[in-house]
Design a protein around this ligand. Sequence first.
Ligand SMILES: Nc1nc2c(ncn2[C@@H]2O[C@H](COP(=O)(O)OP(=O)(O)OP(=O)(O)O)[C@@H](O)[C@H]2O)c(=O)[nH]1
Ligand SMILES: [Mg+2]
Length: 307
Amino acid sequence: MLLRPRPSLLRSLAPPPLTRACVPARRTLSAAAEAAGTASAGDAAPAPAAPRKNARKLGPPPTQIVKKALFLPPGVEGDAAVTADMVIPGSNIVVGPYAGDARVKEAEFVKSSARARDCPKDDRPEFAVLGRSNVGKSSLINALTRRKEAALTSKKPGKTQTINHFLVNKSWYLVDLPGYGFAAASQSARMDWSSFTKGYFLNRDTLVGVLLLIDASIPPQKIDLDCANWLGRNNIGLTFVFTKCDKVKKGKGRRPDENIKVFQETISGLYPDPPPWIMTSSVTGLGRDGLLLHMSQLRNYWDNEAV
Ligand SMILES: Nc1nc2c(ncn2[C@@H]2O[C@H](COP(=O)(O)OP(=O)(O)OP(=O)(O)O)[C@@H](O)[C@H]2O)c(=O)[nH]1
Ligand SMILES: [Mg+2]
């Protein structure tokens, strides 16, 4: 049976962008951080903490928090009580009832596909890893799967040129995609990128969501905002995954948390509800467990709600 996510699922994960005039209030990282009691615009990236699956049963008396900056996952209603210990550290993501086993027990490379129609044909759910060339897509896949060379990485942009499927726990896929915005690529290569990758997004029935990687060591880039808009317009659910949060340039430039705050402010008017975001580093492992937990709740919801 071919599983198909219900349109309502995709909408709940990626609300379509609105015009600025439609949005009454700004939602920023600092607001999210205050609300979540996790990442703070003035602090360095927080140390990775293992999210607690049964967080609501543990810890000190729960504190009610402001929810307007948080991503409420499927199964958590807008009027539900949300406490700080339900929020994944370094993110705005609330852990809901669909969160499950997030461990990666095994991961194997399955296939490289040059065209969308050559991708594996089965009904297992998948997450696509998307972002600019060199943002750290292949490194993130290696960090999530804890395989040093599962996906090939390179200092030179443009390393990944095909759609690469990695099967995790024999039950779901992580998909490494070619990067966009590779300045040195010829015009025709850039056109090829957009037609073949867009074909993948628009036709892949088993796509649960996109991890849109944003380099936190540099200021926000227009091409990333354009990509987020394109995904939103096409009702494709996304999670902003900030990469390279360990990278602090000496002297000049903003720190990762400052870049993230500017990015949050830039996109704040575009969404009626805050999209999920999380800070990561493939070098330190920051955000790894939290991101896997987030994916587990999207995946389990998709499995349960699929028709
Ligand atoms: N400091 C730091 N460096 C990183 C991180 N993630 C990736 N890098 C480095 O960034 C460079 C590019 O990483 P890749 O994982 O190959 O990037 P990619 O997005 O797959 O690149 P393409 O396949 O060319 O699109 C490599 O030199 C990585 O070591 C991170 O979290 N922190
Ligand atoms: Mg790559």
